[in-house]
Design a protein around this ligand. Structure first.
Ligand SMILES: *[C@@H]1O[C@H](CO)[C@@H](O)[C@H](O)[C@H]1NC(C)=O
Ligand SMILES: *[C@@H]1O[C@H](CO)[C@@H](O)[C@H](O)[C@H]1NC(C)=O
Ligand SMILES: *[C@@H]1O[C@H](CO)[C@@H](O)[C@H](O)[C@H]1NC(C)=O
Ligand SMILES: CC(=O)N[C@H]1CO[C@H](CO)[C@@H](O)[C@@H]1O
Length: 327
C-alpha cells in the first residue's frame, strides 16, 4: 500500500477546523522591474499540506505582460512561472472580455485575469512577480492570491494524492519546421496526470491545425502512442478549422485569431483535462505536430516521418503551457 494512500485516508478524517484559508489582496501596490514578493505562506503546525486555490491580477497594462512565479516548499527555481494571459489559456494577450469558466477567465476590458488551478505544497508557498524585461519604472498592481491548508482536491472520481506537485511545462516562442514534432511534455519517469494545455501559434496559414496530438503514458511507448486527437481543432472540441468561430467552454476554448499580414497569423486555444484526465504511470510524453500527413490509405495521425503532406503548413512559432500533476 502506498504511503500517500495512508496519508489520504487519515486526511479524510480531518475536521473542518483543520481547513485553514489563507491569502492576500494587494490594492494599488507596485510591481517592479526586479522580482517583487507578492505573498508567502508557511503551513501552520499540525497541517500536512496546503493548496493555492486562486490567482487574480490587474492594474497597469504592463501587469498583463508581467511574469509571476510560484516557489513551492523553498524551491530556488520556481516550478511554476507564467504570464497571466497564458494562465487563462489565451495567447498574444488577447483582451477579449468578459468570459470565464470555473478554472479561468477574464472579467474586465483591461487585465482581470484569473485562475483557480490547485497548487499543492507540503511546507510553504511563495509568490512573486516582476515587470516585463525592459521596463524601468514601477507599475500599479491589484492582485489576490488565496489557498487553504489541508484541503483535498478531487477530479470526478480521482483524488489527488496530498503529496502531489503541480508543475508548468512550457515552450516559449520556439520555431518548428512544417511537420516537425513538438514535445509539449517530456517527463522520463514517475506518475501523474495532465491537467490542462494551452497552445499559441504564429504561422503562415492555418494548415498547422492538421497536426494530431499523441500521448505516451509510458515514456518508452512506440508511436503512435495514444492518439489524443485527429487534428488540432478536434483536440479543442471544434472541427473544420474552427468554422463556428471563437468560444470559451468549460472544457476548451478557441481564444485568439488575428490575420497579421497576408503571410502571418496568430492563433490560440486551451483545453482542460479534469473531466478526462490523461494519467501516466511510468513517465510521460505529450506531442503535437506542426501540420500532418496521410498514409498510403489516406489515414491521418499514423505516420511518424514521410507520408503524404496535407496542404502546405509553414514554419510555426509555438508557445505552449502544459500543467502536470506528479506524485
Ligand atoms: C513572508 O511575508 C512576510 C509578510 O507577510 C514577510 O515579513 C517575510 O519577510 C516573508 N518571508 C520571506 C521568506 O520572504
Ligand atoms: C513571444 O513573442 C511575443 C511576440 O513577439 C512576445 O510578445 C512575447 O513576449 C514573447 N514571449 C516570450 C516568453 O519571450
Ligand atoms: C494580400 O492579399 C490581397 C488579396 O490576395 C492582395 O490584394 C494584397 O495585395 C496582398 N497584400 C500584400 C502586402 O501582399
Ligand atoms: C526584491 C527587490 O530587490 N526589490 C527591490 C526592487 O526595486 C525596488 C525599487 O528600486 C526596491 O524598493 C525593492 O526593494
Amino acid at each position: 500500500m502506498h504511503v500517500w494512500f495512508l496519508l489520504v485516508v487519515s486526511a479524510v478524517t480531518l475536521q473542518a477546523q483543520d481547513l485553514k484559508t489563507f491569502g492576500i489582496g494587494l490594492s494599488s501596490q507596485w510591481l517592479y522591474p526586479n522580482e517583487t514578493e507578492i505573498f508567502n505562506h508557511t503551513l501552520t503546525s499540525g497541517s500536512l499540506w496546503g493548496v493555492l486555490t486562486h490567482f487574480w491580477a490587474t492594474g497597469d497594462p504592463a501587469i498583463d505582460l508581467s511574469t509571476f512565479s510560484y516557489y513551492v516548499d523553498g524551491e530556488s527555481v520556481p516550478s511554476i512561472q507564467f504570464v497571466s494571459y497564458m494562465v487563462a489559456g489565451v495567447g498574444f494577450n488577447d483582451q477579449t472580455a468578459p468570459w470565464g469558466t470555473k478554472w479561468m477567465g477574464k472579467g474586465a476590458k483591461g487585465g482581470a485575469w484569473y485562475n483557480n488551478f490547485r497548487v499543492p505544497f507540503q511546507k510553504s508557498i511563495r509568490v512573486t512577480g516582476h515587470l516585463p524585461v525592459g521596463m524601468t519604472d514601477r507599475k500599479a498592481i491589484w492582485t489576490i492570491v488565496r489557498g487553504t491548508e489541508n484541503l483535498l482536491t478531487a477530479f470526478h472520481g480521482f483524488q489527488l494524492p496530498i503529496n502531489a506537485r503541480l508543475t508548468l511545462h512550457k515552450i516559449e516562442n520556439k520555431t518548428y519546421d512544417p511537420f516537425a514534432w513538438v514535445r509539449v511534455v517530456d517527463i522520463p519517469t514517475g506518475r501523474g496526470l495532465l491537467l490542462s494545455h494551452s497552445l499559441a501559434v504564429v504561422s503562415g496559414n492555418l494548415e498547422f491545425l492538421e497536426g494530431c496530438y499523441h500521448a505516451y503514458p509510458d515514456y518508452g511507448q512506440a508511436f503512435p502512442g495514444v492518439i489524443i486527437s485527429t487534428g488540432t481543432e478536434d483536440y479543442f472540441d471544434s472541427a473544420f478549422y474552427f468554422n463556428a468561430g471563437q468560444f470559451h467552454f468549460e472544457v476548451s476554448g478557441y481564444t485568439h485569431f488575428r490575420q497579421v499580414s497576408n503571410s502571418t497569423l496568430e492563433w490560440s486555444a486551451y483545453r482542460m483535462h479534469d473531466l478526462d484526465p490523461i494519467f501516466f504511470n511510468n513517465g510521460f510524453r505529450f506531442e503535437w505536430r506542426n501540420g500532418d500527413v496521410l498514409d498510403d490509405h489516406g489515414f491521418k495521425c499514423l505516420v511518424y516521418q514521410g507520408g503524404n503532406a496535407i496542404g502546405s503548413p509553414t514554419q510555426s512559432i509555438v508557445t505552449s503551457y502544459a500543467w502536470i500533476y506528479t506524485w
